[in-house]
Design a protein around this ligand. Structure first.
Ligand SMILES: Nc1ncnc2c1ncn2[C@@H]1O[C@H](COP(=O)(O)OP(=O)(O)OP(=O)(O)O)[C@@H](O)[C@H]1O
Ligand SMILES: [Mg+2]
Length: 375
């Protein structure tokens, strides 16, 4: 899958611009603060449904403008016509999304049309940050492959917040009917069991790919392991049984209302789960060096691309924001070799990040929110 063109209107510091991409390597280069990352953010918006920098939609509208429009053309192998995706952001909030001219009713309908793997320096937090960062990595990756997963996440969130509201009522002394409590606990554990099962399966695949990327990168010197860690069940290594997972969570959720009220929060569920990342048996978050953590994060992202291809038959688009500046020449070469034949769009201050010079990539110079030149 490749992005052949992206169009921006009043998006961040881009007033109006159309960028054509090569199916292989593209380098968006230019000085700091010119709009390189903004362009990746705009493209990735279609893959993830929102900003990868955690910005609100309205923050992405160009200052002084009242609305913003973005579009991408996505070509898929074996398909004659590209998919045209459009997003319109307004200050009032709701975004309008279109696929080939037809309005989409929700963000989740759009996700999956453009599959992309984004990698930026902040993603080191997948390794050295808290569990929420790792859950978000899983959720974003699985969502692009499985619309059912997006549905389960929103069912879970809805049941969670209904139940949290009941909990607050209970805490303030109001009466909460057992049936009501059970209904939302049931909905929560039902969705949770499917979420955990999907995450478990995904993590199992991740662990195989991460191991082989590490093997390649380090010549077998370091041995990583990746496994799903359920807050309730502990490490899930061999298999996850959704029926059993559901029952155990439901029992917890229905027999501890006083404890949860005292804590003032929902104590069990998939919103507490994590991935355990270890290097040579030790927690990578606590024991790995900076360089090893970076390699781990990289291996996770490359693996995400592999799983995406296994599932859909096509590689996703790789968006690399400012990662090369942090990597030594060997690792840079490793990535460019490893991603050979896939579409990558990388940002950098220097065009020379890609070895080989002219002809090795499409070099797109970005200046003040516009394309200043293409080579
Ligand atoms: N909503 C907005 N309206 C107008 N300009 C914006 C908006 N949001 C961000 N900007 C501007 O965009 C610029 C940053 O762009 P971006 O992050 O893409 O830079 P960059 O080219 O990736 O730079 P670096 O090399 O430092 O990463 C900033 O100067 C910022 O002021
Ligand atoms: Mg940037």
């Amino acid at each position: 899958m490749i992005v052949t063109r992206a169009v921006f209107r009043d998006f961040r510091n881009v007033e109006e611009e159309t960028i054509e991409f090569s199916p292989t390597v593209n380098v968006l280069w230019g000085m700091n603060a010119q709009g390189k990352s903004n362009i990746l953010e705009g493209i990735y918006l279609f893959a993830r449904g929102r900003s990868f920098r955690g910005a609100h939609d309205r923050d992405m509208i160009r200052q002084d403008a009242s609305a913003s429009g973005l579009g991408v053309s996505v070509e898929r192998e074996g398909e004659k016509y590209p998919v045209e995706l459009i997003a319109e952001l307004s200050r009032e909030g709701k975004k309008r999304l279109l696929r080939n001219g037809a309005p989409l009713s929700s963000v989740s309908e759009m996700i999956g049309n453009l599959r992309a793997v984004l990698f930026c320096p902040a993603h080191l937090s997948v390794v050295n940050g808290g569990p929420a960062e790792r859950r978000s990595f899983l959720d974003v990756a699985i969502s692009q492959l499985d619309p059912g997963y997006i549905r389960d996440l929103s069912l879970y969130r809805a049941a969670y917040s209904h139940r949290a509201a009941l909990l607050r009522r209970f805490s303030s002394g109001a009466e909460v009917r057992t049936e009501e409590w059970e209904v939302f606990s049931e909905q929560m554990s039902d969705a949770a069991s499917r979420i955990a099962a999907a995450r478990f399966e995904y993590v199992k695949k991740l662990s195989l790919h991460v191991a082989s990327f590490f093997e390649e990168m380090t010549g077998g010197a370091e041995s990583p392991s990746v496994s799903y860690k359920s807050h309730l069940l502990g490490g899930v290594e061999d298999g996850y049984d959704p029926a059993e997972g559901k029952k155990i969570l439901f029992d917890k959720l229905t027999s501890n209302i006083e404890r949860e009220a005292a804590a003032g929060s929902t104590l069990w569920g998939t919103h507490k789960d994590d991935i355990r990342l270890a290097l040579d048996g030790s927690d990578a978050r606590l024991f790995a060096s900076q360089g090893q953590q970076r390699s781990f994060a990289l291996a996770l992202k490359l693996s995400e691309g592999e799983i995406s291809r296994e599932k859909s038959g096509e590689y996703p688009v790789f968006l690399l924001d400012d990662v090369f500046s942090e990597l030594d020449a060997n690792r840079r070469k490793y990535i460019t070799d490893r991603l050979l034949g896939r579409q990558i769009i990388v940002t950098s201050c220097e065009p020379s990040v890609i070895p080989g010079g002219e002809g090795a990539a499409r070099f797109i110079e970005i200046k003040n929110g516009s394309v200043a030149g293409v080579r």
